[in-house]
Design a protein around this ligand. Structure first.
Ligand SMILES: Cc1cc2nc3c(=O)[nH]c(=O)nc-3n(C[C@H](O)[C@H](O)[C@H](O)COP(=O)(O)O)c2cc1C
Length: 380
């Protein structure tokens, strides 16, 4: 509750982000969601015990967490030490992590990921070419890190043949079944940020001439086939999808992101999935990337399930979005990374610890991972 002065009287007002919300079968106690965050600390693609501490630190009773992007198959990876969920070993390794979240009363979904062409020969089985909607390669990207600069090389991809596509859809289906076996409450299909699903959806990346390319309907076919297969396997109320029609990342832009987002929001209604998670057009990781002036509102209105918004939110605009019915839930990335007790800090309107981007992706099991302070220790 927050004190507001109204007509000279002080009144207690609920803080919108901290009000309860019923997301399908899940009773959430507040609306501050942990956004999926790749941390590259799953050595050899196997989730590690330190992740149990990391996620449980960010768990509240009735809080909703989306675990980091997790590879659906051995062709799905493009970065070192990101977790997988395609082997028995992966499933067993996820179990204690999910259990740690459940022990504190949290709800956790696994984000299912295939990077497509955002990969290279070294990350692929037998050094083969990464797969994609296209055979166009990504432009190399210079990325700063703690020690200087890395030039990330992407190997030229191989365009998937039409008859191979059902196998990839099936990989998502099997990964979803594995996620449930590991104890996750559901899965989020990663359809954002220029990875494989977006390589099909967006017209900068998709240059196909078969029924998976060309029209919007054709470009969205792959995504919707995955949604259908995963929903049939584990039930639609355990399925969400993340989309970023406005975000320009990994050489994937669309010439009409408003129409693309709206088409997907409407098409998804047919499957009755639990939620649609949209990245806000205001987000810009890199000032060189284009920023779009679009709005999520038409998609929010069109989609019948729970609507999550993410990207560049803080306490005030998160509260505003909930109060104005622009979203049901707000997912926080960087600020939740550096403030494990973010919902409590929002409740108290307490200061936030600034995140350190130089430790986002280092492989240390503690530094920049589980050593961000809780409020009590900050103020002690
Ligand atoms: C370190 C880091 C890792 C990320 N990893 C993922 C990921 O695995 N999957 C995903 O969909 N988005 C990922 N994102 C994007 C975040 O989920 C989020 O949308 C983004 O940080 C914007 O929200 P924010 O302004 O609250 O940080 C990542 C962002 C950061 C900073």
């Amino acid at each position: 509750m927050e004190k507001k002065i109204d007509n000279g009287r002080e009144e207690e007002q609920p803080i919108p982000l901290l009000t309860p919300y019923k997301m399908g079968p899940f009773q959430l106690s507040h609306r501050v969601v942990l956004a999926p965050l790749t941390r590259q600390r799953s050595y050899g693609n196997v989730p590690q015990p330190h992740a149990a501490l990391y996620y449980s630190q960010r768990t509240t009773k009735g809080g909703f967490l989306i675990a980091e992007a997790t590879g659906v198959s051995d062709t799905a990876q493009g970065y070192t030490d990101t977790p997988g969920i395609w082997t028995k070993e992966h499933v067993e390794a996820w179990k204690p992590i999910v259990d740690a979240v459940h022990a504190k009363g949290g709800i956790i979904f696994c984000q299912l990921w295939h990077v497509g062409r955002v990969s290279n020969y070294d990350a692929q089985p037998n050094g083969q070419a990464p797969i994609s909607s296209t055979d166009k390669a990504l432009t190399p990207r210079v990325q700063s890190n703690s020690t200087g600069f890395d030039l990330e090389y992407y190997s030229p991809p191989r365009r998937l043949r039409k008859e191979e596509i059902p196998n990839i859809v099936n990989d998502f289906r099997l990964a979803a079944i594995n996620a449930i076996e590991a104890g996750f409450d559901g899965v989020e299909i990663h359809g954002a940020h220029g990875y494989l699903i977006e390589q099909f959806m967006k017209d900068e990346a998709n240059d196909r001439t078969d029924e998976y390319g060309g029209s919007m309907e054709n470009r969205c076919r792959f995504a919707l086939e995955i949604v259908e297969a995963v929903s049939n396997a584990i039930g639609p109320l355990r399925v969400g999808i993340r989309l970023s029609p406005f975000t320009y990342f990994n050489d994937s832009a669309d010439s009409n992101p408003n129409a693309l987002g709206l088409y997907m929001a409407e098409a998804l209604n047919k499957y009755g999935i639990l939620y649609l998670h949209m990245v806000d057009p205001k987000l810009r990781f890199n000032p060189n990337f284009k920023r779009h002036d679009g709005s999520l509102l038409p998609m929010r209105k069109a989609f019948k399930g729970t609507f999550l918004a993410a990207g560049g939110y803080l306490r005030e605009d998160g509260n505003e979005a909930i109060a104005e019915n622009g979203a049901d839930l707000i997912a926080y990335g960087r600020w939740f990374l550096s403030n494990p007790d973010l919902p409590r800090r929002f409740e108290l309107n307490a200061p936030l610890t600034k995140y350190d981007s130089s430790t986002f992706y280092i492989s240390d099991p503690v530094i920049g991972y589980t050593d961000y302070p809780f409020l009590e220790t900050t103020t002690a």
